[in-house]
Design a protein around this ligand. Sequence first.
Ligand code: FAD
Length: 415
Amino acid sequence: MRYSILSLARNALSGHAHWPRAWRDPPLQPAYDAVIVGAGGHGLATAYHLARDHGLSRIAVLDKGWLGGGNTARNTVTIRANYLREPSMRFYAAGIRLWEELSRTLNYNVMFSQRGQIDLIQTWAKLRDVKRRQAALRLIGVPFEILTPAQARERLPLLAPEAPVRLPVLAASWHPTAGVARHDAVAWGYARAADAMGVDIVQNCEVRSIRREGDRVIGVETARGFVATPRVAMCVSAHAGDLAATAGFRLPIETVPLQAFVSEPLKPMLDVIVNIPQFATYFSQSDKGELVIGGGADAYPSYAARGSFAVIEEAVAAMLSLFPALKRVRMLRQWAGSIDLCHDITPILSPAPVAGLSLSVGWGSGGFKAIPIGGVALAHLVATGAPHPLAEHLLLSRFAKGRPLFETAGASNRL
Ligand SMILES: Cc1cc2nc3c(=O)[nH]c(=O)nc-3n(C[C@H](O)[C@H](O)[C@H](O)COP(=O)(O)OP(=O)(O)OC[C@H]3O[C@@H](n4cnc5c(N)ncnc54)[C@H](O)[C@@H]3O)c2cc1C
């Protein structure tokens, strides 16, 4: 967004009366060429690419709440490509290249900060895992190094000196292209750019069911009436199972709470993302100074957007054992989201068993990083009916064929 200092001052003094609207509030039309359900990062990015790259002109994104208010608003914004399976690595590495350009692409500052990620390795099993990943990532040119504990301490002065902790740091991995971005700016940037190309973003418009005739989708029933369309894309995160049921099929997904919390703001003290994989705990410092901390998913399925205290205790214990200097830091707030986990900890970006219906679901604890590449890939699928070449491993049919992917380098503590 380009505003001069004078324009900022004028708007500040006039009660913001002259700000242009970032996107319209259009009425719902009775028919569209494509309807995207869910105005989170994935739905909005898909709409943007459908309009920009595939020339579809009548596109709607419908959300039951406000845009960007789902998990996109609740996540801890870690972006990385240090996965284990080759197709995952290629997919997320392509995603990082899109992140590097995203502010320019959208003409909107998404505050992408490529600060790198250090994983602190505390068991021999994890060390074997990162060595395997290093070899695999090297094959496709994703930067990923293994550090000695001394090298890790050089980059992370906060890390406790060697001490008799229960699980000492045996090594660390360094993934320099990892980063963070501002979550709501990502949703707003895509929304503004899609709206400018004529996409209707209709908020407060729940999709109650997907209507089919025979094995084809013909539209969606919404809180504001029926909308006819030959193409529906489902980007509803934790609500995918319910919506799929209305179209007559089931998804191999369970919904679990995942929580995060932030500390009070601190002076700049941490310029990388720290991950403690043994305890599924990670943290980074936001531009406001807060430590943004994530823990593991809760162990039980639930739609409750709150998590259990045991997860917070485990995350804090893991942090303090390695970073005792943080023991006097106070917690500011905590929240949770409901995430959709596939049984193989890998998302589904695929045609559904109903013709004309496409799915982008099951992103679990890792879908924020995938927003730009997920949008490209889903738009390709919706427009052409064929999977994007980088997303062929994400088809739903892998379950029926007995070929789950088991991405052990997902952020979840489920494997
Ligand atoms: C605590 C937490 C931490 C996380 N940390 C990370 C991280 O560090 N890195 C990372 O990559 N990922 C992370 N994630 C995961 C990431 O947030 C999600 O995978 C990602 O936001 C999914 O984006 P989305 O657009 O698919 O879903 P959402 O942003 O949830 O959007 C889905 C939208 O669909 C709407 N919707 C649902 N049902 C309907 C309906 N029936 N009709 C109309 N609209 C509907 C919702 O209102 C919502 O706005 C984290 C998640 C949580 C909860």
